[in-house]
Design a binder for this molecule. Structure first.
Ligand code: MG
Ligand code: MG
Length: 256
């Protein structure tokens, strides 16, 4: 069942979403050559506790990993797609890209958003990967309207990414979000005809999160049982927003 949120609930989700936005803005400001991904984690964790919120990822149990995720951020560098773990050993260098994904729980409601940040100067082809992934998310957000269907959202990402020659990760998908971090429905970044295609209704909130590979679509999980990487070693980009459907159109909860 897809839980629909009242305007009062959306107001709470907006507060959680704006905290996530604030954290990601701070992270963008910190990313530069020489910074470690653990440096980012330390600042993000402090911001979450200063706001009186709880991290959504730290302590989150994933059966496939067999453990609870130990950090407030997922930091995924270059060929890492998602679920990378902050580390003092991971020193960012010019030409890298780092996906920073975080979520918080505030007043009972979750926010979840991700951004991929270039470190110093990146190549033109990497710049294009970031642009195409970011734009595919914006095109999907535009589809978050009463009367559309879920496949309109999924298809908007798929069309833009494939027409630009990049690949869509299939193993990881977006999701509904509210009083749980992951709610129904699943939101693949492609039209999956095995799934239902529900009509979009006022009060639905989806975390839309295109994960796009410069090379082939296949991914694998590293022996740490968390970090997903592209099988061919190509770079991957990831952007995410939590978006509500309102009578006035899409409302992005994770940015002002
Ligand atoms: Mg998410
Ligand atoms: Mg996320």
């Amino acid at each position: 069942m897809i839980v629909r949120k009242s305007p009062a609930e959306l107001e709470k989700m907006r507060r959680a979403g704006l905290l996530v936005w604030k954290i990601l803005e701070a992270m963008k400001g910190l990313v530069r050559p020489g910074v470690t991904t653990l440096d980012l984690e330390v600042v993000a964790e402090r911001m979450i506790s200063d706001a009186g919120a709880k991290p959504a990822f730290k302590g989150y149990y994933v059966p496939a990993a067999g453990s609870k995720f130990p950090f407030v951020l997922c930091t995924s560098v270059n060929e890492e797609v998602v679920h990378g773990m902050p580390s003092q050993k991971r020193i960012l260098k010019a030409g890298d890209i780092v996906s920073i994904d975080t979520g918080v729980q505030l007043d009972g409601y979750f926010g979840d958003s991700a951004v991929t940040v270039p470190v110093g100067e990146v190549s033109e082809s990497v710049e294009k990967l970031l642009d195409v992934t970011r734009t595919s998310l914006e095109l999907a957000i535009e589809q978050m309207r009463v009367g559309n269907r879920l496949f309109d959202v999924c298809g908007a990402v798929e069309r833009h990414v494939t027409s630009n020659g990049f690949s869509i990760v299939r193993e990881y998908v977006g999701h509904g979000i509210g009083t749980s971090l992951h709610e129904e429905p699943q939101v693949p970044n492609y039209v999956d005809r095995r799934n239902e295609n529900p009509r979009l209704k006022e009060g639905m909130v989806l975390a839309i999160e295109p994960m796009v590979n410069a090379g082939r679509a296949e991914t694998k999980v590293l022996p740490d049982r968390w970090t997903a990487v592209t099988k061919d070693g190509s770079y991957a980009a990831h952007f995410e927003h939590a978006v509500a459907i309102t009578e006035n159109g899409p409302l992005v909860l994770t940015r002002p």
